[in-house]
Design a protein around this ligand. Structure first.
Ligand code: GLN
Length: 537
């Protein structure tokens, strides 16, 4: 089948959940046996979101090939179970960089380089790239930003042109918002009408409208929107607040989003959607009776998007273990010896979050000391693992002032040190140790038992590492290095085997947990937390 392109735009406000709708549609098409990929175009000038702080942009997701990506790519993978790569996330910065490099090389043969056609052509080339691999029946392209933004204009022009080139093989889905005015007790469709008008002014006629709403939209209202916006009535779909994002594919299925797409793109010979496993997950997610309480200790707790992949991984693991997840965010800057007991005593498990810089570190160390001494299942991820090492050095090995050189370059015990390969690096963007690397696990370790194998590959994003020089001190003291990179010998996993579950990973297992394939380490951690909660009763 010739590759079909679906473009998803958004209007009225941002944060409508374009990523979730794109992912849900992808899930439905996959469940009918089609091959699908999703890509995101972000209209900012940063080359990638790697240099953005979480307050700006939430979590930075990392793809298997080491691209620092928008967090929506995390949703794409969690919904579809298909890995994304650098090609799935393109920014305006990257488009411009490529065009400017071509100009410097003389590729434009003396022409004046302009937004149209040079930037738009570069966008079109990137849109078609994944489709040209011949692997996908559908390429869903999410255009970041909101229609009407100055930044989005070249993207809309590029996809408008593509529609003309592709005809039936291209389709537009536009997401808008229908506000509910409480005082008037009314839902309002005017913003949707305006937003569609604005889209039409760019030359794009949406085929399908998805209306985000907090309240059920009356059918007459959908018909009215259809009439005003030149869209068929059945192609006006509501996206009402759901109990969980993972319910959205079913909401879309019940309104026939996938069927409308297939009809409009004239795809023949379809299979029915097989969502058996997905439904099993949802059933467990919504109907679990017992609860497991996990604390996530980090410095961005007021901003839950900063730890999106971790919270989603926990929710996958808890649901598959037939438990409801009660996730408690604990602010690392507010933790001290005097309140740690009160904050953590009711937890069945504690996660120490990744991060950069000094802020909140002492709170993470306080939490770790308490967890280690009280034998609470504890999971340290990246910086969390490095903190496990620092805390153990200070309080068990007696290495006073032990630290990471990231926090204290003068520390007498640099138990976490800058990686050799990082020492000459001065550029910030894309220069960390990024992407998937092999890790060999000690057969008897908790990690190896969790994965059920000793050879794993997980994704990384860091500059610092466990200092090999102290390895024997740690092992003698009771913290073992159980995961090693076979090529570089870097320590990737540490454990205190005498504890219930005290595991730290230099890598980020949360980047590889999907609904249908929960990450084994998260499963193992949640199971340890559940066992601990049973024991406490
Ligand atoms: N700041 C630490 C490093 O660069 C940890 C990074 C992280 O947690 N992702 O090594």
């Amino acid at each position: 089948m010739q590759t079909k392109y679906i473009f998803v735009t958004g209007g009225v406000v941002s944060s409508l959940g374009k990523g979730i709708i794109s992912s849900s549609l992808a899930r439905l098409l996959l469940s009918r046996g089609y091959s699908v990929t999703i890509q995101k175009f972000d209209p900012y000038i940063n080359i990638d979101p790697g240099t953005l702080n979480p307050y700006e942009h939430g979590e930075c997701y990392v793809t298997v090939d080491g691209h620092e990506a928008d967090l929506d790519l995390g949703h794409y993978e969690r919904f579809t179970n298909i890995q994304t790569t650098k090609a799935n996330n393109v920014t305006t910065g990257r488009i411009y960089k490529d065009v400017i490099e071509k100009e410097r090389r003389g590729d434009y043969l003396g022409k004046t380089v302009q937004i149209v056609p040079h930037i738009t052509d570069e966008i079109k080339r990137n849109v078609k790239k994944l489709g040209e691999e011949g692997k996908y029946d559908f390429v869903i392209t999410e255009i970041g930003g909101t229609v009407g933004d100055i930044e989005s204009t070249p993207y809309l022009e590029a996809v408008r042109q593509l529609k003309w080139e592709m005809g039936m093989n291209a389709l537009f889905i536009h997401l808008t918002y229908v506000p509910y005015i409480r005082a008037a007790k009314e839902l309002k469709t005017k913003p949707t009408q305006h937003s569609v008008k604005m889209l039409q002014q760019t030359g794009i006629q949406p085929d399908i409208l998805v209306l985000r709403t907090e309240k059920e939209l009356p059918p007459a209202m959908c018909r009215k929107v259809a009439q005003f916006c030149n869209v068929q009535p059945e192609a006006v779909i509501q996206s009402i607040d759901a109990r969980s994002i993972y319910e959205v594919p079913l909401m879309m299925l019940s309104q026939g989003l996938d069927t409308i797409v297939l009809d409009k793109m004239q795809v023949a010979g379809r299979k029915d959607a097989d969502l058996k496993e997905w439904n099993t997950f949802l059933d467990k997610l919504h109907n679990a009776e017992k609860e497991v309480t996990i604390a996530l200790v980090g410095k961005y707790v007021e901003l839950q998007d900063a730890y999106k992949s971790i919270s989603e991984s926990l929710s996958h693991a808890a649901a598959w273990s037939d438990h409801k997840l009660n996730l408690v965010y604990v602010h690392s800057e507010k933790l001290s010896d005097s309140n740690v007991e009160e904050k953590l005593k009711d937890m069945d498990g504690v996660i120490i979050a990744p991060g950069f810089g000094k802020r909140g570190i002492e709170g993470k160390l306080v939490a770790l000391k308490w967890c280690r001494e009280h034998n609470v299942p504890t999971f340290g991820i990246c910086l969390g693992m490095q903190c496990m090492v620092i805390e153990f050095a200070r309080n068990v090995l007696g290495f006073e002032g032990a630290d990471s050189v990231e926090m204290n370059p003068e520390t007498p015990y640099p138990v976490i040190d800058l990686m050799e390969e990082q020492k000459e690096i001065s550029q910030m963007g894309g220069t960390m140790r990024l992407g998937a690397y092999d890790c060999r696990l000690k057969p008897e370790s908790k990690a190896a038992k969790a994965y059920g194998k000793t050879q794993v590959k997980e994704r990384h994003r860091h500059r610092y590492e466990f200092n090999e020089k102290y390895r024997s001190d740690f092992e003698k003291g009771g913290m073992e290095c159980v995961g090693i990179n076979p090529d570089t010998k870097l320590v990737e996993v540490v454990e205190v085997p005498t504890k219930r579950w005290y595991v730290g990973t230099q890598y980020h297992p949360e980047y590889q947990s999907t609904v249908l394939r929960p990450n084994p380490l998260f499963m193992s951690f949640i199971n340890a937390a559940i066992a601990y909660s049973e024991e406490k009763k």
